[in-house]
Design a protein around this ligand. Sequence first.
Ligand code: FAD
Length: 365
Amino acid sequence: KPEKSPYDVVVLGAGVLGLATADALSATGLRVAILARDLPEDVDSAAFASPWAGANWSSFGNNESERRRDTFTFEEFGRLAKSHPEIVTRRQFKYIWNKDKGYSSPWYKDVVFNFRPLERSEVPGPYSEGVSFESYTLNPHRYNALLASRLRDRGVPIVRKRVSSLDEAFAHFGPVDYVVNATGLGAKSLLGVEDPAVFPDRGQTALVRAPKVDICFGVRDANMAEGKAVYVIPRPGSGGCVIVGGTNIKGEYSTLPRREMAESILQNAFEICPELANGGASWKDIEVVSHNVGLRPAREGGLRLEIEERMIQPDALVPEGGKSKSRPVTVLHCYGIGPAGYQANLGIAEEAKEITLKYFNKQRS
Ligand code: FAD
């Protein structure tokens, strides 16, 4: 076992937060390696959230930090939409509701483009009011592949490994002193973390083929049943596919799509966007590619983005005469983003970078 690792930082987790954070850290010259059970190529794995997102930028920012991260990401998406339109696309959004039950003035109305109330004639389905603006939708598989290829080009290894305890991440590539814990829902059971505040927020969706749909729709009605959501998100670079959803069911782990939910998702989406049926007269004419479930890694209190100092126990495998004392190490926790991992990812990675550089500058001084 080497006495020293060739890496300064190990990022545990290769969902969008692990990849984006590794990208931001490695761009500063830090030597980074990624260790993860699920890799960006595992687009069929229900064991992590990132392959299953819509995904769009439609901020839930409830406080200043969340709004700052989302705004930062929005601006970066603007650059990506120009360089990689097959991954990030700027398009019209219509958010609709019934009178007095909606949200006509979200905090981000000055961040997005061309925010305005909808004319009654522009409001689809059984709704009466709404707003129009322009924001971004993205293809999560291609987005993560882009981050991964940038990392690999920079020499960052992305290694498949399921660790049982956080300590293993400090030892896998030889002893490192700094680990980023981006394990999402894994933080609930990972030994040494076992955060009881983490919970799954189950999202069922359908991927459908509807090449003519190019508007992103969302129902924002306060009367909507708990756990129900209605949205339509055209997916860039997918040959005309659209994600329709969905559900937000807290605390539920099942990754099997349910038939009755699948039917009501298609019916609700057809009501606001009949173009989904490609000219057909009923929601039954929608061409379904797949029914999907993703578990959003949510947390009471929201994202945990903070440093923790820990002690690592002596490593029995260090040869006699080698250093085998307990040693202090640092973990930057970065998990629990729930439904906002894409729209916040670059803002979170930027903040993770600032925290990490402060740590390394202190170590060096
Ligand atoms: P994850 O993607 O879950 O990644 C966790 C990583 O940690 C994985 O690599 C996993 O293998 C690894 N890991 C865990 N435990 C271990 C272990 N013991 N050892 C090694 N590795 C481990 N967000 C948006 O911003 N906009 C949207 O429109 C949107 N729509 C969504 C729609 C649905 C239906 C769903 C399900 C999610 C949606 N999201 C959206 C949310 C977004 O997908 C998540 O916030 C994001 O993917 C979380 O990323 P993450 O990196 O934190 O976690």
